[in-house]
Design a binder for this molecule. Structure first.
Ligand SMILES: [Zn+2]
Ligand SMILES: [Zn+2]
Length: 262
């Protein structure tokens, strides 16, 4: 049984420990907010550990063991992305007793209104400050932060190179021209908060997501980080409709969804 569980966790995959976007879906936990776990070639990364990330790891089937994490990446310090970062750092570092793992984050996550506690900053092997248009490596996982997003705090989207496959995570941002050039990839994950455009709020709407999908023309587009209006419009139905209309495989992420990487 234990062997079967161990084998299920091998391979290359993403697991959505949450698909909640923005405040109300998170506060009410209409969707969970634990972030995304990426496992590739034996390396394990947790991206954006929002509220409940630790709990979701423990409840995952098979269980996800945070002491096996090689890195935690924070795209930005908003609570729906960062709330569990301290406890996940503790978990990654064996309660703070084993100096291991790396934490990647924007500088302002350590600055005024820091989200990483001072005493937890010594636990990981290294804290790496993300900068625009920079490259990083975690085991066989390579990633870049092509562009600082347009969002109320310092925010970076991520573009991974996983052997021959590219994978972009277009995190919270206002739509901007040229987004396609920064995030062109085989698989794109888009944080879609609003069903209808909401001018003045620095988040993507469904229309923005459609534009991005058409511009990039990926093999697969995964929608996640849903706000209330997106949930009401039923993300799964939207994804099926878009798959037909755009001729591109569009998937709506759900809590606990495991996505096998090629
Ligand atoms: Zn967010
Ligand atoms: Zn945000």
């Amino acid at each position: 049984m234990a062997e079967k569980k161990r084998l299920q966790n091998l391979g290359n995959w993403l697991k959505f420990l949450g698909t909640a976007g923005a405040r109300f879906v998170m506060i009410k936990q209409l969707r969970a907010s634990g972030g995304i776990w990426l496992s590739f070639s034996g390396s394990n990364i947790l991206i954006d550990p929002g509220p409940g990330s630790l709990v979701k790891c423990a409840l995952s089937r098979p269980k996800l063991d945070p002491s096996k994490l090689d890195a935690i990446i924070l795209t930005h310090k908003h609570l729906d992305h960062s709330n569990d970062i301290n406890v996940m750092i503790e978990a990654m570092t064996g309660g703070g007793f084993k100096k291991r793992g790396r934490v990647f984050l924007p500088l302002d996550a350590l600055d005024v209104d820091a989200v990483v506690l001072r005493h937890a900053r010594n636990f990981p092997e290294e804290i790496v400050i993300l900068k625009e248009n920079s490259q990083y490596e975690i085991g066989k996982i390579k990633f870049t932060t092509p562009k600082r997003q347009i969002h109320t705090v310092e925010t970076y989207g991520l573009k991974f190179k996983l052997n021959e496959t590219t994978l972009s995570l277009i995190t919270d941002t206002l739509y901007f021209k040229g987004i396609k050039d920064f995030y062109k990839a085989d698989i794109i994950i888009i944080n879609v908060v609003f069903y209808e455009p909401r001018p003045g709020v620095e988040h993507l709407s469904l229309q923005d997501a459609i534009t991005i999908i058409q511009e990039i023309n990926p093999k697969i587009a995964i929608l996640t980080h849903f706000g209330m209006t997106m949930l009401k419009a039923k993300p799964h139905d939207i994804a099926m409709r878009l798959t037909k209309e755009l001729g591109i495989n569009v998937i709506a992420a759900y809590d606990g969804m495991r996505f096998e990487l090629p």
